[in-house]
Design a binder for this molecule. Sequence first.
Ligand SMILES: [Zn+2]
Length: 63
Amino acid sequence: MTKIPLVDDSIPEELKCTTCLLPMQYQTKKDGKFLWQCFKCGKQYLVSENVDETIEERWSPPR
Ligand SMILES: [Zn+2]
């Protein structure tokens, strides 16, 4: 029997930057949240593991 980790379920297939409308890249898991970052403008989304769909927006300087 295959057991699917719940964590995988909570990762959105795709997030789009609201500024550039480009697909964001999944970076890492941080403090129980999944960190996505736009490679163009450096905008970051923190997506909570919970299914409450809480998404935080952050900015970090583009590299
Ligand atoms: Zn962007």
